[in-house]
Design a protein around this ligand. Sequence first.
Ligand code: IPM
Ligand code: MN
Length: 356
Amino acid sequence: MGKTLKIAVLPGDGIGPEIIEQALKVTKAVCDKFGHTIQYKTALTGAIAIDEVGDPYPEETHQLCMESDAVLFGAIGHPKFDNDPTAKVRPEQGLLRMRKMLGLYANLRPVETFESLLHKSPLRKDLVEGADFMCIRELTGGIYFGEKGRSEDGNTAFDHCVYTREEVERILKLGFEYAMKRKKRLTIVDKANVLETSRLWRQIGQEMAPKYPEVETEFMFVDNAAMRIIQWPKSFDVMVTENMFGDILTDEASVITGSLGLLPSASIGVHTSVFEPIHGSYPQATGKDIANPIATVLSAAMMFEYAFDMKEEGALIREAVDASLAESYVTEDIAEGKSYKTSEVGTWLADYIAKK
Ligand code: IPM
Ligand code: MN
């Protein structure tokens, strides 16, 4: 039986609105196919929200997110803020506040390769072929959210990195559970040779590991993990790590798949889950209809799977994406010969789904 899906749509900045439009076309096509009704509302976030209402995550937007079953998020960020370190209100604060207020403590970033794009990877085909791991990034703690400040003369700055046992336990639990559902290998990434927070992570990881005897648990320093992602990506199954390490490692991991424009993510936790591409707002491409919509479309697939527990719907979106790649109906970042516009790829994917 069809369901009614309430979705909050937050396009954000740069290419956000263009890629979100494609994800919506695909979402609507899937809903038509399976007899679901989609009820979506759009709200402001990011630089555009600062320009219009002076706040990167307005209360109204938060209310909409809270009332919805899922949030589909584009991207945020604008160069006018990146180049002004003195700006008090920044688009990124909107995203961070949203994560905190929705209690989204886990960011799931699956790193998967696509057979037809292996030649686009900066790594040798034999290294990257078959690489498939899940990076679980802690999202509401650590250095991103600790106290920050400057000395009176402005010449000294600090950012505190803080983690509590509760925060570490809940994210590691998710890591162990994912490992159980996959190949039962868990890599806990830290910098326990230097950081006290990392030593807490490692201690708790060691305490929890015996409760999951089937899972092969390893601890790895983040510098070593960064190296291993390019040296032997196939060695990972589930990786779990703190906020900033996860931010950095997943950008690195995403490019081994051939393009940053391909990887989706799901942020889950206490309130409504958020689905967003892992790439940024790509300001240079704004309005040019050239950005790759696949990461956002796959985020919509994750939305069906995770927020609505609709596996078939998600699978059909994945099938459409695979088909577009196989037929080279793709945007310029991954095209070999002829390339297509963002909007053309979105329409192609929606048509594929409609014809199924
Ligand atoms: C991401 C982004 C954000 C982060 C920025 C925009 C604050 O890079 O989602 O990975 O660092 O978390
Ligand atoms: Mn990032």
